[in-house]
Design a binder for this molecule. Structure first.
Ligand code: NA7
Length: 538
C-alpha cells in the first residue's frame, strides 16, 4: 500500500552500488530513518538493467567491489578477471542480505517528482506508486548511465519483428538462434554484445555510425596466487586506488611518447596490449591525452592491429576510427570483436559511408537506400548520460525552479555533488565529478562517505540546510572546463560531451581533474575541513 504521510530523515533514489552504501551509512552509522526508492524489482542498478549478452564490467573484479566491508573483501571470490553481469548482481544481492538493506528499500517504485519546501526546509518527494513523503535530505543515487537513449528512428512502430535496447533486455534472455539480427551502435556495449550474438545468429548486421578504438580485455581466470596476494594486500590496494588518478592501479608512463625510440615505444605498446584491459588507455605515455602527435602514435598502433586482424581490407578500413583522437571516447574492451567481422555471417554497414539509418520498416532497416531484413533489432545506442537520470526526477529547488531549467545550457554543480538552488540535495557521482572516468565504486564510496560525514557534521552543529553558493559553483564549473580544455577530450562527439543526444548542450560532463579522483578526494576533504567552504549552512 502506498503511504502518504511518512517523513524520513533521508530519501535515497536508487539501489545500485551507491544507493546501497548510502543507505548503510546513513542508517547504520548515523542512525537516520531512511527510505530508498528503486524502480527495479530488486537491487543492482546498472547491473539490474543491463542484461544483454556479454554484459560485463570493464574494471578488474578485485577492485570493482565495496571496500568498506573488509570481511567481504576476504570472503568473496570473483570467478574471472572481469565480473560478468549476473555475478555482480549476485554480489549486490549478497551485500543487501548481509547488511539487511532490503527492509528499507521500496522496489518497483520510481520517483517522479520532488519539490523543496522552503518554509518547512524539507523535500517533498512523489513516486509513481502514489507515495508522497517528506525528507530532510534527498540523495540521488540514480547512476550515470541509466537513462536509456533510444533515438527517434522513423517507423520503429511498424517493425514486425522483435526489438530490444541493450539496457532493457528481458530477464529471460533472447534466443538469437537461426535469426537475422541487427545491432545498431558500436560503443562499449555493442563491442561486448556483437561477438556473443554472432555466435548464435544466422546473420548479424552491425550498423556502425562511428568506429571505435577497441583494445583486448583478456578476460579469464585469475591465477590463484595473485588472488591470494591481493587479498593479503587489500589495505594497500584500497589506499592506492583511492589516491590514484582513475580509481585503478594504472599509472601513466612518466615520459613523452615523442621522446623515446620507436623500438622502446613499440615494446611498451606491446606490453600494454598484451596486458589487456584499460592499461593501453589509462597507463600509456603521459602526453597521450594532450599531444595530438603523441596520441596519433597510440592510434596508429591500434590501426595496425585492426588491419592485421580483419581479413577483408575494406572492412578493416571501415572499422578504423576517423575524426577523433584515440582515447577521447570511452575505451571499449573487446573479446574477439574485430575477429567477429571475419565470420561469414557478419556484415558491417557503415552508417556514414553507406548512408545513415533512414527508417525502420516493417521488415527491417533502410539505410543508404537499401532495405535490410531482420527478425530482431538490438539497439545498443547508449544513454542520456549523467544529466539524463537527474533531470528525469523532475526536481524543483528554490522558487520552484526545475533542474531542467537550471541546466538548460549544460550541468552546473559544485564539486559534482551539490547544486546551487537545491538545498540538501546530494548527487552521488553527479556531473562535474570524476564519476565515469574512474572505476565507479571508488568514486561512489568517496561521495557516499563525504555526504554521510557532511550530514553528521551538520547534525552535530545543529544545522538543517546546506546549499552550494552560486559563486563557488561558477568557479567549479569554470575549473572543470579549464582542465578538460587543455586535453584532447573535447574533440570527440562522445557521450562524455553530451554529443550522442540531439540537442543536448555540448559540454564535458565528468571532471577530469589534474590529479584524478585522488586529487578530487583531497579537494573535497579540504572543503569539509574549511567548514564546508563554498556552501551556505543554516
Ligand atoms: P555509447 O557508447 O553511447 O554507444 C552508442 C552507440 O550507438 C554508438 O556507436 C553510437 O554512435 C550509436 N548510435 C547512437 N545513436 C545512433 C543513431 N541515431 N544512429 C546510429 N547509431 C547511433 O553507449 P554504450 O551503451 O555502448 O556504452 C555506454 C557506456 O556504458 C560505456 O561507455 C560504458 O561506460 C558503459 P556514435 O558513436 O554516437 O556516432
Amino acid at each position: 500500500m502506498p503511504d502518504s504521510t511518512q517523513s524520513f530523515d533521508a530519501v535515497v533514489i536508487g539501489a545500485g552500488f551507491s544507493g546501497l552504501y548510502m543507505l548503510k551509512s546513513l542508517r547504520d552509522q548515523l542512525g537516520l530513518n531512511v527510505r530508498v526508492y528503486e524502480a527495479g524489482d530488486t537491487v543492482g542498478g546498472t547491473w539490474y538493467w543491463n542484461r544483454y549478452p556479454g554484459a560485463r564490467c570493464d574494471s578488474d573484479s578485485y577492485i570493482y567491489c565495496f571496500t568498506w566491508d573488509k570481511q567481504l573483501l576476504q570472503d568473496w571470490d570473483w570467478s574471472e578477471r572481469y565480473p560478468e553481469q549476473p555475478e555482480i548482481l549476485r554480489y549486490l544481492e549478497h551485500v543487501a542480505a548481509r547488511h539487511d538493506l532490503k527492509r528499507d528499500i521500496q522496489f518497483n517504485t520510481r520517483v517522479i517528482g520532488g519539490e523543496f519546501d522552503e518554509k518547512a526546509n524539507l523535500w517533498r518527494v512523489r513516486t509513481d506508486k502514489g507515495d508522497e513523503v517528506t525528507a530532510q535530505y534527498l540523495i540521488a543515487a540514480v547512476g550515470s548511465l541509466s537513462d536509456t537513449n533510444l533515438p527517434p528512428f522513423k517507423g520503429l512502430e511498424r517493425f514486425k519483428g522483435k526489438w530490444y535496447h541493450t539496457s532493457r533486455f528481458p530477464k529471460e534472455g533472447v534466443d538469437f538462434t537461426g535469426k537475422r539480427v541487427a545491432v545498431v551502435g558500436t560503443g562499449a556495449t555493442a563491442v561486448q554484445a556483437i561477438p556473443e550474438i554472432a555466435q548464435q545468429a544466422k546473420q548479424l548486421t552491425v550498423f556502425q555510425r562511428t568506429a571505435n578504438y577497441c583494445v583486448p580485455a583478456r578476460n579469464g581466470k585469475v591465477d590463484p596466487d595473485l588472488v591470494r596476494s591481493r587479498k593479503e594486500d587489500y589495505e594497500g590496494i584500497v589506499q592506492r586506488v583511492r589516491e590514484s588518478f582513475f580509481g585503478q592501479e594504472h599509472y601513466f608512463i612518466p615520459k613523452s611518447a615523442l621522446n623515446v625510440t620507436a623500438a622502446e615505444r613499440e615494446r611498451e605498446f606491446d606490453r600494454m596490449w598484451d596486458a589487456g584491459g584499460f592499461a593501453f588507455w589509462l597507463a600509456n605515455y603521459q602526453d597521450m591525452f594532450f599531444s595530438e602527435e603523441a596520441n596519433d602514435l597510440c592510434a596508429d598502433y591500434i590501426r595496425r592491429k585492426i588491419r592485421s586482424t580483419v581479413k577483408d581490407p575494406a572492412v578493416a578500413e571501415r572499422l578504423i576510427p576517423k575524426g577523433h583522437p584515440y582515447g577521447t571516447k570511452r575505451q571499449p574492451l573487446d573479446t574477439n570483436y574485430y575477429e567477429t567481422f571475419n565470420k561469414q555471417n557478419v556484415l558491417l554497414v557503415d552508417a556514414k559511408t553507406d548512408g545513415g539509418i533512414e527508417e525502420i520498416t516493417e521488415k527491417g532497416i533502410r539505410a543508404g537506400g537499401k532495405e535490410y531484413e531482420f527478425d530482431i533489432i538490438v539497439f545498443a545506442t547508449g544513454f542520456d548520460a549523467m544529466t539524463g537520470p537527474l533531470k528525469a526526477l523532475n526536481l524543483k529547488g528554490r522558487g520552484g525552479r526545475t533542474l531542467g531549467a537550471a541546466w538548460a545550457e549544460g550541468p552546473r554543480s559544485y564539486l559534482g555533488i551539490s547544486i546551487a538552488g537545491f538545498p540538501n540535495l546530494f548527487t552521488i557521482t553527479g556531473p562535474q565529478s570524476p564519476s565515469v572516468l574512474t572505476n565507479m565504486p571508488v568514486a561512489i564510496e568517496q561521495h557516499v562517505e563525504w555526504i554521510a560525514d557532511c550530514i553528521a557534521d551538520m547534525r552535530k552543529a545543529g544545522m538543517t540546510t546546506i546549499e552550494a553558493k552560486p559563486e563557488a559553483q561558477d568557479q567549479w564549473v569554470g575549473h572543470v572546463n579549464e582542465v578538460v580544455g587543455a586535453t584532447l577530450m573535447t574533440r570527440a562527439n562522445s557521450w562524455y560531451m553530451g554529443a550522442n543526444i540531439a540537442g543536448k548542450p555540448r559540454t564535458f560532463l565528468p571532471y577530469l581533474g589534474p590529479e584524478g579522483v585522488g586529487g578530487y578526494r583531497k579537494k573535497c576533504a579540504e572543503v569539509a575541513a574549511k567548514n564546508y567552504e563554498g556552501f551556505a549552512l543554516e
